[in-house]
Design a protein around this ligand. Structure first.
Ligand SMILES: Nc1ncnc2c1ncn2[C@@H]1O[C@H](COP(=O)(O)OP(=O)(O)OP(=O)(O)O)[C@@H](O)[C@H]1O
Ligand SMILES: [Mg+2]
Length: 189
Protein backbone atom coordinates (compact mmCIF):
# COMPACT_ATOMS: atom_id res chain seq x y z
CA UNK A 1 0.00 0.00 0.00
CA UNK A 2 0.94 3.61 -0.53
CA UNK A 3 -0.67 5.73 2.12
CA UNK A 4 -0.13 9.19 3.53
CA UNK A 5 -1.81 9.92 6.84
CA UNK A 6 -2.53 13.64 7.10
CA UNK A 7 -2.82 15.53 10.39
CA UNK A 8 -6.26 15.05 11.94
CA UNK A 9 -8.17 11.84 12.34
CA UNK A 10 -8.15 8.89 9.95
CA UNK A 11 -10.32 5.80 10.40
CA UNK A 12 -9.21 2.35 9.27
CA UNK A 13 -12.06 0.06 8.35
CA UNK A 14 -12.03 -3.44 6.98
CA UNK A 15 -12.97 -7.04 7.69
CA UNK A 16 -11.31 -9.16 10.34
CA UNK A 17 -7.84 -10.16 9.15
CA UNK A 18 -7.56 -7.24 6.70
CA UNK A 19 -4.37 -5.96 8.33
CA UNK A 20 -5.66 -3.03 10.37
CA UNK A 21 -3.84 -3.90 13.60
CA UNK A 22 -0.74 -4.82 11.62
CA UNK A 23 -0.71 -1.39 9.99
CA UNK A 24 -0.89 0.31 13.40
CA UNK A 25 1.92 -1.92 14.68
CA UNK A 26 4.06 -0.98 11.67
CA UNK A 27 3.49 2.71 12.35
CA UNK A 28 5.21 2.55 15.73
CA UNK A 29 7.62 -0.29 14.99
CA UNK A 30 6.08 -3.04 17.04
CA UNK A 31 6.61 -4.72 13.69
CA UNK A 32 8.88 -3.81 10.78
CA UNK A 33 7.92 -4.33 7.13
CA UNK A 34 9.69 -7.02 5.07
CA UNK A 35 9.90 -4.45 2.29
CA UNK A 36 9.01 -0.82 1.81
CA UNK A 37 9.39 2.02 4.25
CA UNK A 38 7.40 4.09 6.69
CA UNK A 39 8.26 7.63 7.60
CA UNK A 40 7.08 10.15 10.16
CA UNK A 41 7.34 13.77 8.97
CA UNK A 42 9.65 12.53 6.21
CA UNK A 43 11.97 10.65 8.57
CA UNK A 44 12.28 6.87 8.16
CA UNK A 45 10.93 5.38 11.40
CA UNK A 46 13.82 2.88 11.43
CA UNK A 47 16.18 5.78 12.09
CA UNK A 48 14.25 6.73 15.25
CA UNK A 49 14.65 5.26 18.72
CA UNK A 50 11.67 2.87 19.01
CA UNK A 51 10.81 4.01 22.51
CA UNK A 52 10.91 7.68 21.57
CA UNK A 53 8.82 6.87 18.49
CA UNK A 54 6.26 5.02 20.62
CA UNK A 55 5.87 8.04 22.88
CA UNK A 56 5.23 10.25 19.85
CA UNK A 57 2.95 7.75 18.09
CA UNK A 58 1.34 5.92 20.97
CA UNK A 59 -0.61 2.70 20.43
CA UNK A 60 -3.68 1.75 22.43
CA UNK A 61 -3.79 -1.97 21.68
CA UNK A 62 -6.82 -3.98 20.64
CA UNK A 63 -6.43 -6.25 23.67
CA UNK A 64 -5.69 -4.39 26.90
CA UNK A 65 -2.37 -5.37 28.50
CA UNK A 66 -2.06 -3.43 31.76
CA UNK A 67 1.09 -3.70 33.84
CA UNK A 68 0.76 -5.54 37.15
CA UNK A 69 -0.03 -2.87 39.73
CA UNK A 70 -2.53 -0.14 40.33
CA UNK A 71 -4.27 1.95 37.71
CA UNK A 72 -2.31 5.00 38.91
CA UNK A 73 0.95 3.07 38.49
CA UNK A 74 -0.05 2.17 34.95
CA UNK A 75 -0.78 5.78 34.03
CA UNK A 76 2.41 7.12 35.63
CA UNK A 77 4.67 4.45 34.16
CA UNK A 78 5.30 5.76 30.62
CA UNK A 79 6.03 9.37 31.61
CA UNK A 80 8.22 8.14 34.51
CA UNK A 81 10.56 6.49 32.00
CA UNK A 82 11.47 9.94 30.73
CA UNK A 83 11.62 11.52 34.18
CA UNK A 84 8.16 13.07 34.06
CA UNK A 85 5.79 12.77 36.96
CA UNK A 86 2.09 13.00 36.08
CA UNK A 87 -1.04 13.26 38.14
CA UNK A 88 -3.13 10.32 36.89
CA UNK A 89 -6.43 12.06 37.69
CA UNK A 90 -6.70 14.07 34.49
CA UNK A 91 -5.77 11.31 31.99
CA UNK A 92 -8.13 8.95 33.82
CA UNK A 93 -10.94 11.46 33.70
CA UNK A 94 -10.36 12.06 29.98
CA UNK A 95 -10.54 8.32 29.41
CA UNK A 96 -13.84 8.13 31.28
CA UNK A 97 -12.59 6.77 34.62
CA UNK A 98 -13.17 8.52 37.93
CA UNK A 99 -10.26 9.02 40.32
CA UNK A 100 -11.77 6.23 42.44
CA UNK A 101 -10.09 3.83 39.99
CA UNK A 102 -6.59 5.11 40.72
CA UNK A 103 -5.74 2.69 43.52
CA UNK A 104 -7.45 -0.37 42.04
CA UNK A 105 -5.45 -3.27 40.66
CA UNK A 106 -5.54 -2.81 36.87
CA UNK A 107 -5.57 -6.51 36.01
CA UNK A 108 -8.75 -7.05 38.04
CA UNK A 109 -10.81 -4.52 36.09
CA UNK A 110 -13.27 -5.42 33.36
CA UNK A 111 -12.01 -5.43 29.77
CA UNK A 112 -13.84 -2.17 29.04
CA UNK A 113 -12.31 -0.55 32.13
CA UNK A 114 -8.87 -1.86 31.14
CA UNK A 115 -9.38 -0.41 27.66
CA UNK A 116 -9.90 2.98 29.25
CA UNK A 117 -6.82 2.52 31.46
CA UNK A 118 -4.81 1.85 28.31
CA UNK A 119 -6.24 5.02 26.76
CA UNK A 120 -5.37 6.99 29.91
CA UNK A 121 -1.82 5.62 29.72
CA UNK A 122 -1.54 6.89 26.17
CA UNK A 123 -3.02 10.31 26.99
CA UNK A 124 -0.55 10.73 29.88
CA UNK A 125 2.25 10.65 27.30
CA UNK A 126 0.75 13.57 25.37
CA UNK A 127 1.62 11.97 22.03
CA UNK A 128 1.55 13.62 18.60
CA UNK A 129 -0.39 10.69 17.21
CA UNK A 130 -2.77 8.29 18.92
CA UNK A 131 -2.98 4.87 17.28
CA UNK A 132 -6.28 3.51 18.54
CA UNK A 133 -7.07 -0.14 17.83
CA UNK A 134 -10.82 -0.61 18.29
CA UNK A 135 -10.70 1.64 21.37
CA UNK A 136 -14.36 1.25 22.27
CA UNK A 137 -15.03 -2.36 21.23
CA UNK A 138 -15.71 -3.50 24.81
CA UNK A 139 -17.68 -0.46 25.93
CA UNK A 140 -21.41 0.07 26.38
CA UNK A 141 -23.10 2.73 24.27
CA UNK A 142 -22.99 5.41 26.97
CA UNK A 143 -19.31 4.90 27.83
CA UNK A 144 -18.41 4.68 24.15
CA UNK A 145 -20.09 8.05 23.53
CA UNK A 146 -18.07 9.48 26.43
CA UNK A 147 -14.76 8.19 25.06
CA UNK A 148 -15.64 9.44 21.56
CA UNK A 149 -16.46 12.88 22.97
CA UNK A 150 -13.12 12.89 24.80
CA UNK A 151 -11.22 11.99 21.64
CA UNK A 152 -13.00 14.65 19.58
CA UNK A 153 -12.39 17.29 22.25
CA UNK A 154 -8.78 16.27 22.64
CA UNK A 155 -8.19 16.55 18.91
CA UNK A 156 -9.64 20.04 18.93
CA UNK A 157 -7.78 21.18 22.02
CA UNK A 158 -4.37 19.61 21.55
CA UNK A 159 -4.24 18.98 17.80
CA UNK A 160 -3.30 15.34 18.42
CA UNK A 161 -3.67 13.25 15.28
CA UNK A 162 -5.41 9.90 15.39
CA UNK A 163 -5.55 6.70 13.44
CA UNK A 164 -8.61 4.83 14.66
CA UNK A 165 -9.32 1.23 13.78
CA UNK A 166 -13.00 0.48 14.01
CA UNK A 167 -15.62 -1.90 12.69
CA UNK A 168 -18.22 0.79 13.23
CA UNK A 169 -18.80 3.01 10.21
CA UNK A 170 -20.75 5.41 12.41
CA UNK A 171 -17.77 5.81 14.70
CA UNK A 172 -15.52 6.33 11.68
CA UNK A 173 -17.81 9.12 10.51
CA UNK A 174 -18.08 10.68 13.95
CA UNK A 175 -14.35 10.68 14.69
CA UNK A 176 -12.52 10.88 11.40
CA UNK A 177 -12.34 13.21 8.44
CA UNK A 178 -10.99 10.44 6.23
CA UNK A 179 -11.69 6.71 6.08
CA UNK A 180 -9.29 4.16 4.60
CA UNK A 181 -10.73 0.74 3.77
CA UNK A 182 -8.38 -2.22 4.01
CA UNK A 183 -8.83 -5.71 2.61
CA UNK A 184 -6.27 -8.51 2.42
CA UNK A 185 -3.49 -6.15 3.44
CA UNK A 186 -4.28 -3.65 0.70
CA UNK A 187 -6.18 -0.44 0.35
CA UNK A 188 -9.63 -1.31 -0.95
CA UNK A 189 -11.10 1.21 -3.37
N1 LIG B 1 3.73 -10.99 12.44
C1 LIG B 1 2.92 -11.60 11.58
N2 LIG B 1 3.38 -12.53 10.72
C2 LIG B 1 2.57 -13.14 9.84
N3 LIG B 1 1.26 -12.89 9.74
C3 LIG B 1 0.74 -11.97 10.56
C4 LIG B 1 1.53 -11.27 11.52
N4 LIG B 1 0.73 -10.42 12.20
C5 LIG B 1 -0.49 -10.58 11.68
N5 LIG B 1 -0.50 -11.50 10.70
C6 LIG B 1 -1.64 -11.92 9.88
O1 LIG B 1 -2.03 -10.78 9.12
C7 LIG B 1 -3.43 -10.75 8.98
C8 LIG B 1 -3.96 -9.42 9.48
O2 LIG B 1 -3.94 -9.38 10.91
P1 LIG B 1 -4.42 -8.12 11.73
O3 LIG B 1 -4.29 -8.44 13.17
O4 LIG B 1 -3.70 -6.92 11.23
O5 LIG B 1 -5.95 -8.06 11.28
P2 LIG B 1 -7.08 -7.00 11.67
O6 LIG B 1 -7.49 -6.31 10.40
O7 LIG B 1 -6.62 -6.15 12.78
O8 LIG B 1 -8.25 -7.97 12.11
P3 LIG B 1 -9.31 -7.86 13.37
O9 LIG B 1 -10.41 -6.96 12.87
O10 LIG B 1 -9.76 -9.26 13.56
O11 LIG B 1 -8.58 -7.32 14.55
C9 LIG B 1 -3.99 -11.94 9.76
O12 LIG B 1 -4.27 -12.96 8.83
C10 LIG B 1 -2.85 -12.30 10.68
O13 LIG B 1 -2.85 -13.67 10.97
MG1 LIG C 1 -7.12 -6.02 14.74
Amino acid sequence: MDLTLEPGATALLGPSGAGKSTLLRLLNRLADPDSGAISLHGEDVRSLDPRALRRRACLVPQLPSPLPGTVAYNVRFGPSLVGRSVDPTRPLELAGLSSAYAEREASRLSVGEQQRVMLARALALEPEVLLLDEPTSALDEHTRAGVEATLAELALRTGVSMVVVTHDRGQANRLATRTVNLRDGRIDG
